[in-house]
Design a protein around this ligand. Structure first.
Ligand code: DGY
Length: 322
């Protein structure tokens, strides 16, 4: 294979960088400082391919900087491609790939961790201990709630939503209901029941977990009106994209005790987390780590390299978005 030039926008696991170097002429980002828009444009103008990730805003200006001559493929490290203007990529004839499947388990694990953290008040209790407020074992203070027999509502029953439902059903004895825009049959989760609307799911669930793409018509899918449908004892978990929830409305619901708790791995304006959320004890806040295990990050990187390798071998990459 001829040595195509690939520019990589962030530091990758070592084994992924080694494989890239064995296949291509690579410009790595060893400092891991995110690229500016200008630097992304220059990368598009210089390289045959750009390996980018969430946080790199591959907008129309950046994509058009390839000028029909340079970068012919944008290989995204990650499943979500909301940061890439797919329409413009299509117009410019730039291929876009992503890395699905390999992060399903890690992300579902983290959603389950957030569910446990919120329902068992783990973070809140740990803080109490760290503040030196623990006076010894007691029977009634700060009690959480059990998951067995409770209802998990999954919005977006794709690969990650299903992986979470499997964990909740088999591992924790939860009932599962789900809403998916197109009709799907969740064969992997016995007795899982599809509901006709998000509103019904909001009303029926004890725990709600979001697994839909962001920066689309899903923006503020969960706003004040839908939050008001939740049981006051319910919990909301988001490992998808921050803008799926109207953050201001969620803050009010948590401040007023309209719902019991939330677990957020993603935010509307990452990496900014509103001060009001930081001040609340009934929400667990994580820095977008859904796929952040070494094994998964290596698998994601290898998948991105597979896509580049296929593309430059004249094959259709496995994960072709455009
Ligand atoms: C994904 O793969 O979309 C993760 O959220 C990281 O971007």
């Amino acid at each position: 294979m001829s040595r195509h030039r690939i520019i990589v926008t962030r530091k990758l696991p070592e084994s992924v960088e080694s494989r890239l170097k064995s296949l291509f002429t690579v410009a790595l980002n060893t400092s891991d400082v995110p690229f500016t828009q200008d630097k992304l444009s220059k990368a598009m103008a210089k390289a045959d391919g750009v390996l980018c990730t969430f946080g790199d805003r591959m907008d129309a200006d950046v994509l058009r900087a390839s000028g029909g001559r340079s970068a012919r493929i944008v290989a995204n490290f990650g499943v979500g491609t909301n940061h890439i203007d797919l329409d413009v990529a299509g117009e410019e004839g730039i291929a876009v790939t992503n890395t699905p499947d390999v992060l399903d388990d890690s992300t579902a694990d983290l959603a389950m961790a957030l569910i446990l953290n919120s329902t068992r008040r783990i973070w809140m209790q740990e803080n109490r201990l760290r503040r030196g407020e623990w006076q010894g074992f007691d029977i009634t203070s700060g009690l959480g709630s059990s998951l067995r027999g409770k209802t998990l509502g999954v919005i977006g029953m794709g690969r990650i939503g299903t992986a979470l439902a499997v964990r909740a059903y088999f591992g924790f004895g939860m009932k599962v209901i789900y809403y998916n825009r197109s009709k799907v049959f969740a064969a992997a989760v016995p007795e899982a029941r599809s509901v006709d609307s998000i509103d019904i799911l909001m009303e029926m669930s004890d725990v709600i977990s979001l697994h839909v793409p962001g920066h689309t018509e899903n923006r503020h899918l969960i706003g004040a009106e839908r939050l008001a449908l939740m049981k006051p004892t319910a919990h909301l978990v988001n490992t998808s994209r921050g803008d799926v929830i109207d953050e201001a409305a969620l803050i009010k619901a948590l401040q007023n005790g309209e719902i019991t708790g939330a677990g957020l791995d993603v935010f509307e304006q990452e990496p900014k987390v509103p001060a009001e959320l930081l001040a609340l004890e009934n929400v667990t806040l994580l820095p977008h780590i859904g796929s952040a295990t070494l094994e998964t990050r290596i698998a994601m990187g290898m998948r991105a390299v597979d896509n580049l390798e296929a593309y430059f071998s004249g094959k259709t990459p496995l994960d072709m978005m455009v």
